[in-house]
Design a protein. Structure first.
Ligand SMILES: *[C@@H]1O[C@H](CO)[C@@H](O)[C@H](O)[C@H]1NC(C)=O
Ligand SMILES: *[C@@H]1O[C@H](CO)[C@@H](O)[C@H](O)[C@H]1NC(C)=O
Ligand SMILES: *[C@@H]1O[C@H](CO)[C@@H](O)[C@H](O)[C@H]1NC(C)=O
Ligand SMILES: *[C@@H]1O[C@H](CO)[C@@H](O)[C@H](O)[C@H]1NC(C)=O
Ligand SMILES: *[C@@H]1O[C@H](CO)[C@@H](O)[C@H](O)[C@H]1NC(C)=O
Ligand SMILES: *[C@@H]1O[C@H](CO)[C@@H](O)[C@H](O)[C@H]1NC(C)=O
Length: 377
């Protein structure tokens, strides 16, 4: 019996590793976590398939199929007075009016995957991108720029219902200048392992350790778009219940209170994160969490508001912008068998180093436990 358990643990450990050992493809042919094939567009079209910057032919960019007005952009290229800079390597693509890029990905049927890509808006207004893996699709607004570089990383998740998933990134915009569309660089994938509640925590993924792929060399975190544009959350178990995104941050580039990942509530009351948890009516619960700052020059009096059903708690945090956190807890009596746990940032804050990027308090290590009611003496 014990041997059986050990064997299945070993099997499972090895299957997980085989999925992530190699970039590109796992040992059994399904996609591995990381960049997609030519995901950073460093592999260029042949010169004969280019007319200036415009890509000619649908199969000209290795690994991709392109449609419509697609440009292949070299870092440092100028457009008007704008210098185009590329985060991953030296090349990116630009999607003009109604243009798209596609790639077929071998996936494991039934699994959830998250796509992370870098995008930058150029000259159009209200830029958006429609990301599709049939039958799911989501329109991600890329109008608000959260990083001072102009590039942001976006996450979007899907459930694989076939063995081959076709990812389509499409610019639905129609501008007077067909070249005025978003730049795309660095497209990656990550398999998601939906976490379960444990007897130590009824909140799932409370430390935000399970989430989208984070590029090792782009220090801007990953934006998790609002749920209205996303059926499956790239941050398993959590819903982004707001008009604006929340930012997923990693300990390699930010201060993170616990573990390797956390979220930064970057858009004031417009960026809230929630989860619905099972509770027992009449029982007392303790919701505990960490509030801090990401060591990203987000200076000021930050406030996180926590909600558990109808109970709320405001947690002030004085940030010097150099990293740090405190713990807080909200005790409440469950009035329903399902309780909505939600967090938002009361204020809008700008980074003190560039005065242009939105920032906010960091949330991490969210735990919910029922409190043992002390026995009567
Ligand atoms: C590939 O390996 C994973 C993990 O071992 C497994 O779940 C999946 O079914 C395999 N896919 C194929 C096509 O064999
Ligand atoms: C893995 O990535 C490296 C560096 O980006 C590249 O040289 C190599 O060809 C990739 N391997 C596969 C199997 O894609
Ligand atoms: C580029 O040209 C080479 C040599 O003609 C050819 O083998 C290759 O398939 C071409 N690549 C693309 C993406 O068309
Ligand atoms: C996004 O693209 C998909 C697939 O092409 C399409 O079905 C969907 O209607 C598009 N959504 C919007 C809002 O354009
Ligand atoms: C904040 O970042 C600075 C510069 O990268 C680093 O030296 C410092 O140790 C970080 N502080 C914390 C608390 O992580
Ligand atoms: C939860 O409460 C609702 C309404 O009060 C009820 O319909 C439902 O059966 C309950 N679910 C469980 C699992 O107790």
């Amino acid at each position: 019996m014990q041997r059986l358990v050990l064997l299945s643990v070993l099997l499972c450990a090895s299957c997980h590793i085989s999925l992530s050992l190699t970039n590109g493809t796992a040992s059994n042919g399904t996609v591995a976590d990381g960049l997609l094939e030519n995901g950073n567009f460093e592999n260029a079209p042949n010169a004969t398939n280019m007319k200036g910057t415009v890509v000619v032919g649908r199969y000209s960019i290795p690994g991709w199929v392109n449609e419509g007005f697609v440009e292949y952009i070299k870092s440092g290229q100028k457009q008007g007075d704008m210098l185009l800079v590329v985060p991953e390597g030296a090349y990116a693509v630009r999607l003009g009016n109604e243009a798209s890029i596609k790639q077929k990905i071998k996936v494991i049927k039934g699994m959830y995957y998250s796509i992370t890509f870098s995008a930058a808006r150029t000259c159009a207004q209200e830029e958006r991108l429609n990301v599709t893996v049939a039958p799911d699709s989501g329109v991600l607004p890329i109008q608000t720029v959260y990083s001072s570089s102009g590039w942001d990383n976006y996450a979007w998740a899907f459930k694989a219902i076939y063995e081959v998933a076709e990812l389509i990134i499409h610019n639905p915009g129609v501008e007077e200048d067909p070249a005025c569309g978003p730049l795309i660089d660095a497209v990656a994938i990550k398999a998601l392992y939906p976490p379960r509640p444990t007897n130590k925590n009824s909140v799932k993924n409370g430390g935000f350790e399970e989430g989208p792929y984070v590029f090792p060399n782009t220090p801007w975190g990953v934006l998790i778009p609002p749920n209205i544009e996303d059926d499956h959350s790239p941050l398993p178990a959590w819903i982004v219940e707001s008009l604006k995104a929340v930012k997923y941050i990693d300990s390699a580039h930010y201060f993170v209170p616990q573990g390797r990942r956390a979220v930064e509530l970057v858009a004031g009351k417009e960026s809230a994160i929630a989860q619905i948890v099972r509770t027992i009516v009449g029982k007392m619960y303790r919701l505990s969490f960490a509030v801090g700052d990401a060591n990203n020059s987000c200076v000021g009096s930050l406030v996180v508001e926590a909600f558990a059903g109808k109970d709320t708690l405001k947690v002030p945090y004085e940030s010097k912008g150099k990293g740090g956190f405190k713990r807080a807890e909200l005790k409440f009596k469950a009035v329903s068998n399902r309780t909505r746990i939600m967090f938002l940032s009361t204020f809008y804050t700008m980074r003190s180093d560039d005065f242009s990027s939105l920032c906010g308090p960091v949330l991490d290590d969210v735990k919910l436990l029922s409190i043992q009611t002390s026995p009567n003496p």
